[in-house]
Design a protein around this ligand. Sequence first.
Ligand SMILES: C[S@@+](CC[C@H](N)C(=O)[O-])C[C@H]1O[C@@H](n2cnc3c(N)ncnc32)[C@H](O)[C@@H]1O
Length: 85
Amino acid sequence: MEIGVWKGGSAAFMGVEIFNSGKKLRYDAIDCFAPTREFGKFTEDIYEETKANLKPLTDLGVVNLIKFALNPSRKSFSRLSFASS
Ligand SMILES: C[S@@+](CC[C@H](N)C(=O)[O-])C[C@H]1O[C@@H](n2cnc3c(N)ncnc32)[C@H](O)[C@@H]1O
């Protein structure tokens, strides 16, 4: 899982490695895709751009792109089902 996917650079790298490994793994790639301040500038919503960048890997089912704004609270994390209760 990656939280904060941006334009998908790391997700693409990991997705290719997962695919080449032949293992049955899924890489959950999460980002709020809301305008935020990144690398010193405010960004636009880049969801469509990231979706296009990762399309070959999402089509293969290796990368699962999720538009979601995480709130650093237990409730938010448990909604994604990766926090133990
Ligand atoms: C520095 S970029 C990540 C770079 C990316 N990991 C890479 O390897 O190219 C940080 C990302 O975190 C996302 N982000 C910031 N706060 C977030 C939140 N609360 N929930 C989800 N994504 C968030 C931003 O939208 C941004 O795309």
